[in-house]
Design a binder for this molecule. Sequence first.
Ligand SMILES: Cc1cc2nc3c(=O)[nH]c(=O)nc-3n(C[C@H](O)[C@H](O)[C@H](O)COP(=O)(O)O)c2cc1C
Length: 474
Amino acid sequence: MNSLFVLFAAVIPGAAAERWPLRAILARAVASPVRGGQLARGGFCYYRADMQSLTNKRILVGVTGSIAAYKAAELIRGLRDAGAEVRVAMTRGASEFITPMTLQALSGHPVHQKLLDTQAEAGMSHIELSRWADCVLVAPASADFIARLAQGRADDLLSAVCLARDVPLALAPAMNRQMWADAATEKNVRTLQQRGVLMFGPAAGEQACGEVGPGRMEEPAELMRRVAEVFETGLLAGKTVLITAGPTREAVDPVRYIGNRSSGKMGYALCAAAVEAGARVILVSGPSTLATPERVERIDVESAEQMLAAVLEHMDGVDIFIGAAAVADYRPRQSERHKIKKDQAHLTLELERTPDILATVKSRRPRVFCVGFAAETANLDAHARRKLEDKGIDMVAANWVGPAAPDTGGGFDSDTNALRLYWADGELDLPVASKDRLARQLVASIAQRYERRPPGRRQHHNIVELRGGTPRKT
Ligand SMILES: Cc1cc2nc3c(=O)[nH]c(=O)nc-3n(C[C@H](O)[C@H](O)[C@H](O)COP(=O)(O)O)c2cc1C
């Protein structure tokens, strides 16, 4: 299907080619399955095109007692090189094969070893670690550890973390081929897979014991590629998402403006999450010092007026609009041409309303799925529901800000947040988490609501589909 589509898009420019740019498809085809984008860095190989989704991800690497434990060192270094934050938990067996000191130096953090650890904050490092991680990767995973997990045991730190987590868990088995082929291991692996645990490998080949067969741990570069894939959900594949982020600045005079405390972190995290979900992402950003996430097209603006103009200019082909920017509600009625001098005891600024970007987008493009943000200091439910109805939008992501949000540092410019999502006939709480994690959860909810939107709200792009090899316009 993909190769047919590529050929077709090559000869028919226009809507289809615009939504699935040929260059992007070819770049992916070259970079992904055959791993053509291999790079060497400091003697360590990884694949640039596949690794972007590891940036800022929190990976807990578990290490167990296998001869392959030395490869965990290369894995940890590679994950950090790719931009991930790494913590390590190792079993007592693992520390017979590689020292915690080595893994501490490579991860940049103390290695977690003890379940009953009085040093851990609140004495519960298994819960703290499992809440911290975006993904747990146990590499190498010994036969014994796999058996313990299959039984649901929690008698050491790493197995307790695995049991307490609510994020993806992947195992990279490493053992003698006979141990791997044993019916007990086979059954344990099947049990874990049925519970959603991912198995990365094992690979086949020469083993440390001198035998040849399946049971070797996958190479670190391959494990990294597989972890990166965990975050590439494909939930918005083929969709175009336009996101606004950051504050706006409304000029008072040439040197002063009315602004707000927004940093843009949530909107930028949403951009990265939407890219991971397979979308083409356009970011219209107010002033922000944040780096543009990979593969995002960014347009910089200052004022609410400019933001609206940039949004409308880029709306063609957009399926989902997310208004995450903290747009000023009011601006000075008049921006002075020259700097205002301090020669008056009192100064009154007359303010006027700025344009309502969300409402304008929804009224001009009713079929675009629109998501708004609401930052409130009181009556969160009532304000969020009113916003949903007044603007006729599809979803509101609301959060407490200021003194009402002590758990999340006031909401603005903090790395954590908590959201409550509202749509016409439902709502969902996303509890306190990093903005990166929240963004992924929000994107997943948006993708789900987008798929279930009423037929009257469906977009009718002039997309060319291939059915049974015949081009068809929808
Ligand atoms: C030299 C040596 C190498 C070992 N290599 C492996 C191995 O590759 N895979 C495995 O499953 N067990 C291996 N074992 C056995 C495990 O270390 C043993 O089952 C241990 O209890 C695992 O504990 P853990 O999973 O808590 O780390 C090896 C043992 C020794 C002495």
